[in-house]
Design a protein around this ligand. Structure first.
Ligand code: ZN
Length: 435
């Protein structure tokens, strides 16, 4: 269905990879300057508002935590050499580490060091939201090379009242009804897990800003869990406007697409994604909702029950690079980003055009030939094949079935069914039923 090798889409893939490379060095977390700087960089591309929710704000069963910031961190060995250095990679510090400045013997230091013995060259990504914790991450080979003696451990961080930041953009369409696109932006130098979603969402916003739209589109760039809870808690009155939604996460690796249905399981977004993936001919699998994953857990919680699914390629935790230094700029591919982007656009195309029609000539079949409809069809399609689409649309347009349902019932692609509806409408045989 998609020509990912096509010029425009391929250029989009390179552009998204470029944005990931720009954001990669920043030390993001669920709060703090790294997250804010990320949002400022996005604001250079799309006009997001940066919102701040103060520490201590109650949001349902949760409270906005203290803000964490870090300037520097390192470990010096007994000879004074920096053997672990935050300036080389922000993954070396356990996120939310409290400030530390100590002389410490290796035996004790080890309790604060985290490695991946199975992947001895990779550095793990760790966070410690529990009070008072601190630590460093390093490769297992690095750990094995440490000699006995007295070390110096320094973490120049602050943890105190501040705020939780997130980015929000509303692109207005004809309707107040909204499509929600949400992605987490709270991980440090990790590309597939966080930056790929950020890049695809940004590109989608750029693309949609230039189009006439039926729906309004709300983009959220948020710290995972806390951000979606903060948004839901402060927008309870308008949540009902969200008619469809997608969480984007891990959309840049070269694995095939995985779509996780909304909790409802048969929402229009679920059926639209299923239609796109089945028709695309380039793989993709659909899995049922489970209450574990990304922010769809909050959007789909029973009190909200929003029709929000989650689009990934290889799901979180299913690729060995997940939450390690190997989730880097080489792990995410421009072609995969482009394919994820094109998949989202194909789904949006269905949502934008999935309307219901009424057949204005329901008493026996209208004469399509006399009206010149077959000629129009042949002119506007590839020599007139798939003209059964005209009959399917007429047959099922009693005002109850949408074009997507007609596409599913007929086994024909949505864009062909849409084309048939357009031609029939132009010839006065259909009228659109307003939502
Ligand atoms: Zn993660």
């Amino acid at each position: 269905m998609f020509d990912v090798s096509g010029g425009v889409i391929l250029a989009a893939g390179k552009d998204m990879h470029g944005l990931i490379a720009e954001l990669y060095p920043l030390c993001r977390s669920i709060s703090g300057e790294g997250l804010r700087e990320t949002l400022r960089i996005l604001r250079g591309r799309i006009p997001i508002e940066i919102r701040e929710v103060p520490t201590g704000t109650k949001m349902f069963d949760w409270t906005v935590p203290d803000e964490w910031n870090i300037r520097d961190a390192y470990v010096k060995d007994p000879r004074g050499r920096k053997v672990i250095d935050f300036q080389r990679s922000n993954l070396h510090v356990v996120g939310y580490s409290v400030p530390v400045r100590r002389s410490i013997p290796l035996g004790e230091l080890r309790e604060h060091l985290f490695t991946l013995p199975d992947r001895p060259d990779w550095v793990p990504y760790r966070t410690a939201y529990a009070g008072g914790a601190w630590g460093f991450c390093l490769s297992h080979n690095q750990l094995l090379a440490l000699e006995d003696g007295q070390y110096e451990a320094v973490i120049d961080s602050t943890l105190g009242p501040g705020s939780l930041s997130y980015g929000e953009l509303l692109i207005k369409g004809k309707l107040e009804d909204e499509v929600l696109i949400s992605t987490h932006a709270c991980h440090p130098s990790l590309c597939n897990d966080n930056l790929s979603g950020v890049a695809v969402a940004t590109k989608l916003a750029q693309e949609l800003m230039g189009r006439p739209l039926r729906y309004s589109y709300r983009f959220l760039f948020i710290p995972a869990t806390f951000g979606s809870i903060a948004w839901l808690a402060s927008h309870q009155g308008q949540v009902g406007r969200i008619k469809h939604g997608l969480v984007l996460a891990c959309v840049g690796d070269s694995g095939e697409i995985t779509y996780k249905r909304s909790r409802r399981g048969d929402a229009e977004i679920d059926r639209a994604m299923q239609h796109v993936l089945r028709r695309s001919g380039d793989g993709g699998r659909i899995i049922d909702y489970v209450p574990y994953g990304y922010d769809e857990r909050q959007y789909c919680s029973p009190g909200f029950d929003l029709p929000v699914g989650c689009l990934s390629r290889t799901p979180h935790g299913r690729f060995p690079e997940y939450h390690t230094s190997a989730d880097n700029l080489e792990f995410v591919k421009p072609g995969a980003l482009a394919h994820s982007f094109a998949t989202c656009l194909a789904v949006i195309d269905i949502l934008e055009n999935d309307t219901r029609y009424r057949n204005l000539n329901p008493l026996c079949e209208p004469q399509l030939g006399r009206r010149g409809i077959y000629r129009s069809w042949a002119d506007q399609t590839d020599g007139g094949k798939d003209e059964m689409a005209l009959l399917w649309v007429l047959s099922l347009s009693e005002g109850r079935k949408s074009l997507l349902e007609i596409a599913e019932r007929s086994g024909m692609p949505f864009d062909i069914i849409k084309k048939a509806a357009d031609i029939l409408r132009e010839h006065g045989l259909l009228e659109e039923i307003s939502a």
